[in-house]
Design a protein around this ligand. Structure first.
Ligand SMILES: Nc1ncnc2c1ncn2[C@@H]1O[C@H](COP(=O)(O)OP(=O)(O)O)[C@@H](O)[C@H]1O
Ligand SMILES: [Mg+2]
Length: 495
């Protein structure tokens, strides 16, 4: 009989554990965390449905019972070799069960520091490390007194126990803070908790990084570093634009890793992974939050393998199964093989779409690996992006030539910012000539063509070395700088 390894909420990137467990000769078991009915549950049920469809072998799925003893007995009966938290929803129950059964993991007595953002910062302060000033708030008066006591003008309001940037507001001054507080105090907690506790932090202005680690016996090892690209929307939300891997550690990055190791130890992580989010400003690195589980974003394991030579869940599993492996891994130099990028897509507003040029653009990219984008083939509306749950796509890029990957990523950032109609649109791709006499039947046909088809045609033309007739009439391009730029962008994509 194969031994069981339990994954508490095998969602997002933690889904990859299942295959790794099988490859190591164990039997994966899924434990679904209890989430009360509501928004968070709806999202989770949908993700579970999609992910489970990919499992083509019999698998045991256990649902967390609200009565802890019942869940404990059910899990104990499986005599598991390991219990690992998978997605963020599995951190509390996974840590608790592993501790109750005396398995390798973090002490459950430490769960507040592992899940509550104010407690994490208190741990940093107690350890003499740089921390972010903050306070839990339950009234407008609490918000005002924080501003007055700290003289902080730029603040962040967020859920004490939150995920995916849901409910995060970056605000300036009292009025914006109160407005965000009023909005969030009515909002649902992302884990369906009865009380949605909120907190304020001073806002840090800096570059944002991810440092992923795996600890054994209180000693962390570095698995990966990424730099985030994020932007603040006009409404104050913080949304993801993407990330790139950091492949070489300079002075700044070494300082970050050093601080991250100390932060992981300060919040009491002894045995397990941390997906840590940090910022670096003029005073150096500081922890934004630690997520005591593998990284998220449903990163595909073959993408991570191409980039790092491993894909996190494998290293975590091997480290948790075998201390000696962890020791050996810890002593390996950090040396990713290729640059990897992830690009998140967002929408400024709710918009009607009838064509999605982003599909042929991605298909035409040399470094496109995999991912998803909401597109006109599936829906006629995309909604405003306010957090990770409402983004409109997430794709992965990797290529043998790192310069190609960088170019493709920058191209996507550029068109998203400046030429969003190339991605999704309800209007013609090209601007119609003002002088109506210039509109030939051919130009008329182009104006009425679908954006996705036009981009596809242009990509084929440029990729074939511009043989044959240029599919877009010269007249339409020459007299209009915007149209000229669209064509030259597509050409650049194909070089
Ligand atoms: N104190 C802060 N200063 C600056 N930016 C912050 C701060 N707190 C949060 N943010 C921004 O908001 C994002 C989401 O906040 P975070 O605490 O990570 O919540 P979540 O658990 O939803 O990921 C962060 O990744 C960061 O970009
Ligand atoms: Mg975060």
């Amino acid at each position: 009989m194969k031994e069981n390894i339990i994954i508490a909420e095998a969602m997002s990137t933690a889904f990859n554990y299942l295959e790794d467990i099988r490859q190591r000769g164990y039997n994966p078991v899924i434990l679904e965390a209890y989430i009360p009915e509501g928004y968070a549950r709806k999202l989770m049920d949908e993700e579970r449905r999609v992910k489970y469809r990919r499992i083509d072998y019999p698998i045991t799925i256990i649902k967390e019972n609200l009565n802890y003893e019942i869940t404990l007995q059910e899990i104990k009966a499986l005599n598991p070799r390991l219990i690992l938290p998978g997605g963020e929803e599995g951190v509390i129950i996974g840590t608790r069960l592993a501790d109750s059964l005396g398995l390798v993991g973090n002490p459950y007595s430490n769960i507040k520091a592992m899940t509550e953002k104010d407690e994490m910062q208190r741990c940093l302060k107690a350890a003499g490390l740089r921390y972010i000033r903050g306070k839990e708030v339950s009234s407008r008066e609490d918000c005002i007194s924080f501003i007055e006591e700290t003289c902080v003008e730029d603040a962040v309001i967020k859920q004490v126990h939150g995920v995916a940037s849901v409910g995060v507001h970056l605000v300036h001054g009292k009025d914006e803070l109160i407005k965000a507080f009023d909005q969030e105090s009515k909002a649902e907690n992302m884990f369906g908790e009865a009380v949605n506790r909120l907190m304020i932090q001073e806002r840090i202005f800096g570059d944002e990084y991810i440092v992923n680690t795996i600890s054994r016996d209180g000693v962390p090892a570095l698995t990966s570093i990424f730099r985030y690209f994020k932007k603040r929307t006009s409404a104050g939300a913080m949304i993801y634009q993407g990330y790139e891997t950091i492949n070489e550690l300079g002075m700044k990055e070494n300082e970050l890793v050093d601080y991250a190791f100390k932060a992981v130890q300060a919040i009491g992580i002894t045995d397990g992974p941390v997906h840590g989010e940090y910022m670096i400003d003029k005073d150096g690195p500081v922890l934004i939050e630690a997520n005591c589980r593998v990284l998220g974003g449903s990163a595909p394991s073959d993408f991570l393998d191409k980039v790092f030579g491993y894909h996190e869940t494998d290293i975590i599993l091997d480290s948790m199964l075998n201390k000696e492996f962890h020791k050996e891994f810890r002593n390996r130099p950090y040396k990713p093989i290729r640059k990897g990028y992830s690009k998140d897509f967002s929408s400024e507003t709710d918009q009607h779409i009838s064509s999605s040029g982003i599909i042929p653009i991605l298909m035409g990219m040399k470094s496109f690996h995999s991912g998803w984008v909401t597109n006109a083939g599936q829906t006629d509306t995309i909604h405003e992006t306010v957090d990770l749950e409402t983004e409109t796509g997430c794709i992965y890029l990797v290529h043998d030539d790192d310069k190609v990957t960088k170019k493709d990523f920058e191209f996507l950032m550029h068109i998203e910012e400046n030429y969003p109609k190339l991605m999704h649109s309800d209007e013609p791709l090209f601007v119609t000539p003002e002088d109506k006499s210039e509109i030939t039947p051919e130009i008329e046909a182009i104006i009425h063509s679908d954006t996705e088809t036009l981009i596809n045609t242009l990509i084929t033309y440029f990729k074939n070395g511009e043989k044959g007739k240029m599919p877009i009439p010269k007249k339409l391009i020459d007299n209009c700088p915007y149209n000229r730029e669209i064509v030259s962008l597509i050409k650049r994509l194909c070089e």
